[in-house]
Design a protein around this ligand. Structure first.
Ligand code: NOJ
Length: 593
């Protein structure tokens, strides 16, 4: 193996925890499974599929927001943290879901969305009712500024994550409120102790119901620079600029996280924080180092922002190379391993397009092979793997032919509506934006799960119009067929997760080292624990290729543990000598001498 081997920690220096060994299956309720034929997924639907999830070999189910909500941002706008959206079910249904998970040896993770609420939450209704309301300062209110012509302007120039300015003027009280996301998602003011106390009560409520932890929405945005300064101008085409340096990992973040951490540790929970805009990795470490009592791990964004255009504009084309992807992973792997942190490993979630369309470009006949390769590469890194519903069967992006009426996501629709109104809107600009939506819109992740080859992909009743159209690929990509087929991507995912558990020391606790760094066609790395070592090797292309094992000093295969083209036993002996042949998108995992 390469001569610059990173030191392998002695086992006594390695921190072990059940949550490091766990893998997670993410459910987005609206599109998972409809049990009552109203065209929207629901909690009884999820319960009906718990065996399917357990058989994949995951340990934890993450339920995306299911609380009462006007659904402007599909539940990330919460109107009541203590009740469940009618279309999804009831609190009693969630209790049944928790029990259903526990009965099968799995845990349940809830989504904690507390950077903002819905504008329909009672707190905000009261806050907006008057400047004298006791809830006024539960949110961030500021007076207008006026320009040299006396025109009213927002308090600063921050851009909202859903396009446009991040402040909304409220006529009756003559002030603006901050909304880093939609106008209907006002930001809470975490400086106010009563807000924090209210969040702590929510956390305890769900933990007392038996939930086993939280995924925390944009949790690094909760502490803002109280000066609310203008952001430096980067994109000259718009007045609205990214203000992240004033609210991402802000001044009091760790204090707030430790307050929550104190509650979480009473219950021995799993926690993962979503953290966009992370630039200072030491900041992250403060949040995730195992002895800090904050959260267990974070979702970082480098590898999913890889195809965004200039100024972080995701609906502009962006280019990337395999070596970029490898270097992101390498950096986080080493950083966390050496410093007592932990990684959340993901290709997909409800905000990202399908991995099989983002990271590889596979012809129809190789899509399953490509999905298996992506599963292998992701899940055997150091970290806790997250699988997003449908990823386990290789669901793809929405069809290119779909018109705008099929798109439902507020982020994408806001972008489209702004474009239509802008002076730059012409046929070319519209075609180019539509191309990017098909590649990167969140809608790609949100089509209903394809359960069968029957009408509506088995997501809802045959005569029902689902809230979002089912991707027509359901006739060839669906769960029923894959459960029956031992060579399917679904079963392959199960075998990867099984190997990860079987060789826990290596794949969970082992050191990571990138191999063949400059190769643009092959992704290879080793994991090493004490005297044991494994090699993960993946052909990232749709062509057969030859890999120079000798040049990487790999001459010591003891056993093939996994091979994406069939049983590992059939691949023993194929990987010897100096040059190894890798089939299109083939990945294999080896135990080394
Ligand atoms: C991140 C969530 O993942 C996304 O779906 C949501 O729109 C924003 N946070 C706002 O809550």
């Amino acid at each position: 193996m390469s001569s610059s081997s990173a030191p392998v920690k002695p086992p006594s220096d390695i921190h072990r925890a059940w949550w490091k060994e766990s893998s997670v299956y993410q459910i987005w309720p609206a599109s998972f499974k409809d049990s009552n034929d109203d065209g929207v997924g629901d909690i009884p639907g999820i319960i009906s599929k718990l065996d399917y999830i357990r058989d994949l070999g995951v340990d934890i189910v993450w339920l995306c927001p299911s609380y009462k909500s006007p659904q402007v941002d599909m539940g990330y706008d919460i109107a009541d943290y203590y009740s469940i959206a009618e279309e999804y079910g009831t609190v009693a249904d969630v209790e049944k879901l928790i029990k259903g998970c526990h009965d099968r040896g799995m845990k349940l993770l809830m989504d904690l969305v507390v950077n903002h609420t819905s504008d329909q939450h009672e707190w905000f209704k009261k806050s907006r009712s008057s400047k004298d309301s006791e809830f006024r300062d539960w949110y961030v209110w500021k007076p207008p500024r006026y320009d040299e012509n006396g025109n009213r302007q927002p308090p600063n120039n921050w851009v909202s994550h859903f396009q446009g300015n991040a402040w909304e003027y409220d006529e009756p009280t003559g002030e603006y409120y901050l909304h880093l996301y939609a106008v209907e998602q006002p930001d809470l003011n975490w400086e106010k102790p009563a807000v924090r106390k209210a969040v702590h009560d929510i956390v305890r409520f769900w933990l007392d119901k038996g939930a086993n932890g939280f995924r925390m929405d944009v949790i690094n945005f909760i502490s803002k620079d109280q000066g609310f300064p203008d952001a430096p101008v980067q994109d000259k085409d718009t007045p609205w600029q990214w203000g992240d340096q004033y609210y991402a990992n802000g001044p009091r973040l760790h204090e707030y996280l430790q307050e929550i951490g104190n509650i979480l540790k009473e219950y021995d929970t799993f926690s993962v924080g979503e953290m966009p805009f992370v630039k200072d990795v030491d900041e992250v470490l403060k949040a995730v180092r195992y002895d800090r009592n904050e959260i267990n791990m974070i979702f970082n964004f480098e590898h999913v922002d890889i195809d965004h255009g200039p100024y972080g504009n995701k609906f502009k084309p962006g280019n990337w190379k395999l070596t970029d992807l490898k270097s992101f992973f390498e950096r986080w792997q080493a950083f966390m391993y050496n410093n007592g942190g932990w990684n959340a490993l993901y290709w997909e979630n409800h905000d990202q397009p399908r991995s099989i369309d983002r990271y590889v470009n596979a012809p129809q006949s190789l899509r399953s092979a490509a999905g298996k390769m992506l599963a292998t590469v992701l899940a055997l890194h150091a970290g806790s793997p997250f699988i997003y519903q449908g990823q386990e069967i290789g669901m793809g992006n929405v069809p290119i032919e779909w018109g705008m009426e099929e798109y439902k996501d507020i982020d994408c629709l806001n972008h489209w509506n702004l474009l239509l109104k802008s002076k730059d809107s012409n046929a070319e600009a519209q075609t180019s934006a539509r191309k990017e939506y098909q590649k990167k819109s969140r809608d790609n992740a949100r089509t209903p799960v394809q359960w069968s080859a029957g009408p509506n992909g088995g997501f809802t009743g045959p005569d029902i119009k689902p809230w979002m159209s089912v991707n027509p690929e359901y006739t060839r990509v669906n769960a029923t067929d894959q459960v029956k087929d031992p060579n399917s991507l679904y079963h392959y995912w199960a075998s990867v997760l099984k190997s990860r558990k079987e060789y826990l020391d290596i794949f969970v606790y082992g050191n990571y080292e990138l191999v063949d760094r400059g190769n643009q066609e092959v992704y290879a790395y080793t994991r090493a624990y004490s005297n044991s070592k494994a090699l993960v090797l993946a052909n990232w292309t749709d062509q057969e290729l030859s890999w120079d094992a000798a040049a990487q000093k790999v001459n010591n295969v003891k056993e093939v543990l996994l091979d994406t083209y069939g049983p590992a036993s059939a691949a023993q002996g194929r990987f010897s000598g100096t040059q190894w042949t890798l089939r299109p998108f083939e990945a294999a995992v080896f135990l080394l001498e």
